[in-house]
Design a protein around this ligand. Structure first.
Ligand SMILES: Cc1cc2nc3c(=O)[nH]c(=O)nc-3n(C[C@H](O)[C@H](O)[C@H](O)COP(=O)(O)OP(=O)(O)OC[C@H]3O[C@@H](n4cnc5c(N)ncnc54)[C@H](O)[C@@H]3O)c2cc1C
Length: 456
């Protein structure tokens, strides 16, 4: 029988960092996560201040049998649990930048935006995703697909080493030479193997970029044209195309608000503005842009300040998949499906991969989808449980209509989709290898509140 009161008592006694019970205002902050669908009430939130305290929290969970969730930036669906311990990494905020050596050790409580702003001061960057408030912990452990992906690869491709507290409370340094099996597993395998306290990343010289938003009308020809241009672009250019109703924003002409548009997000990672203009020209040539905010900026400006972010908790039904092609036929499906829904917000997001992502062999890390060509995320907001059922059915159908031969899924965009979903994230030999590493480092599945890989 798990002994919750014993765990709470022990954490209060052993932590200099906080161990807050329910009802405390700080505890309310820490149990609130980005997805508005999650409303869980942990027995205690432990906020360790260093790796030794992380180890104490892990051992308390192990010894008392109380469930343990690990919280980084709070954008996932598993980082808070009912009646258990939440290990909140928010107090681990150290960042040690070696400018000359082009590396940085970052503690796991930082967000992608905080890290990017700090290293950006030196004209350096590591690629994360499209949203600054996402935690470096969750995004790194799942892979990390963002604005530098085609030029510099996934976030895990920049990961040089990590420090991790395993299920027996030990703090290990892992890299290519030390515990290479564990280092392989944490590059894509998620939070299954321990609590990472620090990550060491390679820094790339990415100071100025040409980037921002390019809004185009959405027709099948333009969607297919956008994807073809993204595919043909040099590796410097990574893109995201959100096909969606135009939001009611001041810079969108009123008559277009609510009409389907392509909200393109482009980032050319290089300071040769002429080359950047050449790379971006094919997108601008597709149609007269509705809005064109693509311009020379500093890379951290790709993460604009997110006002009200803390209070923003959308309730969203979403599905993610990989496809090989988005031609006219698929683009017609996208337009048709988006038109059939009246969800207040609905989107098909297309990210053309390739470039540096695809140059890493599929078995070199636990991210097994190197050959996947285009990542598609379809999503619809909902407002009530009845509405949720309608929107879930819609995203299911939408994803089904787009699915081609690639059966994989990116773990960081996987919802609560059962074992089949986790298996699709870690197909074939990747699954077997991960399960073997899990058996070695977490044989009792202490770290199970995640996209779980049970020990072999
Ligand atoms: C608005 C939004 C935009 C996004 N955009 C992108 C994108 O562009 N590219 C992309 O790749 N992904 C993107 N994601 C997905 C994102 O990468 C995942 O949701 C990620 O898991 C969030 O990490 P987190 O630390 O913020 O969340 P959390 O919920 O705190 O963490 C997620 C899980 O990771 C594990 N974990 C986190 N930190 C640690 C740690 N230090 N040690 C051990 N385990 C840990 C835990 O199992 C936890 O349940 C986006 C998500 C959202 C909500």
């Amino acid at each position: 029988m798990p002994s919750t009161s014993l765990a709470v008592e022990r954490l209060r006694a052993e932590l200099k960092g906080e161990a807050t019970p329910p009802g405390d205002p700080e505890s309310d902050r820490a149990r609130t996560v980005s997805p508005g669908t999650i409303d869980r009430r942990p027995a205690v939130i432990a906020r360790p201040r260093d790796a030794a305290e992380v180890s104490r929290v892990v051992l308390t969970a192990r010894d008392t049998g109380v469930p343990l969730a690990v919280r980084g930036g709070g954008h996932g669906i598993h980082c808070v649990c009912d009646d258990g311990i939440v290990l909140d990494l928010a107090a681990l905020r150290g960042l040690d930048i070696d400018v000359a050596g082009r590396t940085a050790w970052a503690e796991a409580g930082l967000t992608a935006g905080e890290y990017t702003a700090a290293v950006g001061e030196h004209g350096l960057a590591t690629g994360f995703g499209d949203t600054g408030s996402v935690g470096i912990g969750g995004i790194t452990l799942g892979g990390g697909v963002g604005y530098l992906a085609r030029k510099h690869g996934l976030t895990i491709d920049a990961l040089l080493a990590a420090e991790i507290v395993t299920a027996d409370g030990e703090l290990l340094r892992v890299d290519e030479r030390s515990h290479p099996d564990l280092f392989w597993a944490i590059r894509g395998g998620g939070g299954n193997f321990g609590v990472v306290t620090r990550f060491q990343y390679r820094l790339e010289p990415v100071g100025a970029v040409v980037g921002g938003m390019l809004m185009l009308p959405a027709t099948p020809e333009l969607i297919a044209g956008f994807v073809a241009a993204a595919d043909a672009a040099p590796d410097e250019l990574s893109t995201i195309a959100n096909v969606m109703p135009a939001p009611p924003m001041p810079f969108v002409p009123e008559e277009l608000q609510g009409q389907l548009i392509i909200m393109g997000l482009l980032c050319y990672a290089g300071d040769d503005t002429e080359a950047a203009e050449r790379a971006i020209a094919p997108f601008r040539a597709l149609a007269t842009p509705i809005v064109d905010m693509v311009r020379p900026i500093r890379y951290p400006e790709m993460y604009p300040p997110e006002e009200g972010e803390e209070e923003y908790h959308p309730t969203v039904a979403g599905r993610s998949l990989f496809v090989d092609t988005v031609g006219i036929e698929q683009a017609e499906t996208i337009i048709e499906r988006l038109r059939t829904s009246d969800a207040p917000m609905r989107v098909a997001q297309l990210r053309v991969l390739g470039g540096a992502v695809a140059r890493v062999p599929a078995d070199e890390t636990a991210f097994a989808h190197r050959a996947s060509r285009i990542m598609v995320n379809v999503a619809a907001f909902f407002t009530s449980p009845e509405d949720q059922a309608v929107r879930e059915a819609w995203v299911d159908e939408f994803a089904g209509a787009l699915r081609q031969s690639d059966q994989g899924i990116y773990v960081n965009f996987l919802g609560d989709e059962g074992e089949a979903g986790v298996r699709a994230a870690f197909p074939g030999a990747t699954w077997d290898r991960l399960a073997a590493v899990k058996r070695r480092y977490d044989p009792t599945n202490l770290f199970r509140l995640n996209q779980n890989i049970p020990p072999a």
